[in-house]
Design a protein around this ligand. Structure first.
Ligand code: NAG
Ligand code: NAG
Length: 476
């Protein structure tokens, strides 16, 4: 047996393997055009991790004893959704005992602290380990209540998932919070991955109906499923549809066959209030460029447009200098509006406020002009929107929300952090004046804490709130 024939055989085998792989790929793609398979591929709701979860026992998955209430939410179209309501830490610790269900305290918990309405990504359930880590961190570190819902077709919920269905589920969860005693202004809508598509649509819907919410947090979002298909890497490494983009019309077929579009980009103009977008640079599932696209879409109406010369050959010198001047104006405007904060070893934060209104720049009407032109609020409608983009070094796809750096930014931006008396930094203190001495007069620091209506480890929930105490509630 000569070595060349062995080489040929290997080559032939490789070619067969490639053809088989190509065939499987083609069949798989064909199947994706079938709604049933497409739906399963997108939502992955059949993957019910953890297997055989006992949703009545959140303690098994790491949550404190009787800190979580397991219950069902009814949607307008009669689906029944499995849900967990998790008490904020300060409230939980203020309860006289933990050997009864937290159910009777929900109304007070909602009035005491703000609430994160959490929409998870595809696959698995609300009891999935990475999600539990989020509830734990938010309820203790940010001291908020958390409502985590499983969409239709997921976990112990009824039905099967669809884009409109998931938005209805989200709305049902919001309504449940309101009817249980929450103020809309205290509800932070938060989505992760697929959940960002749901959150953005819920926020747009509430904005249109002028119903209140505190803001939206989009963690590891995508700009639209169409764009995502171009860039999505299964398991963080296998490009799913990308190879198709080299075949003409093949990608058009895919987008035509796409039923569940979750086009967050297109609902952006409708979203009002505060929006925080967070993405890790080391997210190998959804590239952070999706978040840049979203942030820029929020920013775009505040920047003057640029007319790109249509025909480079006949472009005159004047056309060209007008073009470069427009680019410079747009860049200057962006720098004017956007505040950039660099945080060493953590990431970069870009933010701007859109106060609405209009102004004329170089003959063009653009939004928010009063704000940047005058350098101060004025004219136009009241503040419509504040957009914050945190690009983080770490966090992968699933752990952005458990980074303490991001939690603190969410806490600051949404007014969740307990106010703490400021200390004199040790190195700036006068010689011989130790920091302990500065803090020592704890009478003042305690006063400052409770005055601000915050939470302090010694007093539990601050005075001044209308919480009559759990005993009164039981009696009532
Ligand atoms: C939901 O159920 C109620 C009561 O069973 C029924 O009256 C109503 O028509 C149902 N709605 C839908 C959309 O199926
Ligand atoms: C939680 O409360 C229920 C009663 O509502 C009680 O039966 C159960 O033992 C409590 N769990 C723990 C761990 O104390």
């Amino acid at each position: 047996m000569s070595s060349s024939s062995t080489g040929l055989r290997i080559l032939a085998n490789a070619r067969t393997a490639l053809a088989v792989a190509g065939g499987i790929y083609a069949v798989a793609l064909g199947l994706m055009a079938v709604p049933y398979f497409q739906s399963h591929a997108l939502y992955l709701n059949a993957i019910r991790l953890p297997f055989f979860a006992d949703f009545d026992a959140p303690e098994r998955y790491g949550l404190a004893l009787n800190k979580t209430f397991n219950f069902k939410i009814q949607t307008v179209d009669n689906e029944t959704l499995g849900a967990w309501f998790i008490l904020s830490e300060s409230f939980y610790q203020s309860l006289p005992s933990h050997d009864t269900t937290p159910k009777p305290y929900i109304e007070h918990a909602l009035r005491q602290r703000k609430t994160i309405l959490f929409f998870h990504g595809n696959a698995a359930t609300r009891a999935f380990k990475a999600r539990i880590q989020h509830y734990s961190a938010f309820s203790s570190r940010l001291n908020v209540n958390v409502l985590a819902v499983d969409y239709r077709g997921f976990a112990d919920s009824t039905g099967s998932p669809s884009e409109d269905g998931l938005v209805r589920d989200a709305r049902a969860a919001y309504e449940w919070l309101i009817s249980s005693g929450a103020r809309g202004e205290d509800i932070i809508i938060m989505g992760h991955s697929l959940g960002t598509g749901v959150s953005a649509r819920l926020a747009a819907q509430l904005s249109r109906e002028e119903l209140p919410y505190r803001g939206v947090v989009l963690m590891s979002p995508f700009s639209s499923i169409t764009q995502l298909l171009k860039t999505y890497n299964m398991l963080g490494m296998i490009p799913l549809i990308k190879p198709l983009t080299i075949i003409p019309y093949a990608f058009n077929f895919v987008t035509w066959a796409l039923i569940h579009k979750f086009d967050t980009l297109s609902v952006i103009p409708q979203i009002k209030g505060k929006v925080l977008i967070a993405h890790a640079e080391n997210d190998w599932d959804i590239p952070y460029t999706h978040s840049e696209i979203l942030f820029n879409a929020f920013l775009d109406p505040l920047l003057p447009s640029v007319d790109i010369p249509s025909d480079l050959v006949s472009t005159t010198k004047e056309d060209w200098s007008a073009f470069t001047a427009q680019i410079a104006a747009r860049k200057a405007q962006r720098e004017n509006i956007v505040t950039t904060t660099r945080m060493a070893n953590f990431g970069v934060m870009e933010e701007f406020v859109d106060r609405g209104g209009e102004t004329t720049v170089g003959g063009e009407r653009i939004r928010g002009g009063e704000y940047w032109a005058a350098g101060q609020p004025g004219g136009g409608s009241p503040r419509e929107r504040e957009v914050i983009f945190v690009k983080m070094l770490e966090g992968n796809h699933d752990y952005v929300g458990v980074q303490e750096g991001l939690q603190d930014i969410i806490g600051q931006k949404f007014g969740l952090l307990p106010s703490v008396p400021s200390l004199t930094p040790p190195d700036s203190a006068a010689p011989g004046n130790s920091p302990e001495v500065d803090v020592g007069g704890s009478a003042t620091s305690e006063a400052a804490t409770s005055e601000a209506g915050g939470w302090s480890p010694t007093t539990g929930i601050s005075a001044g709130a209308d919480w009559p105490g759990p005993v009164a509630k039981i009696v009532g």
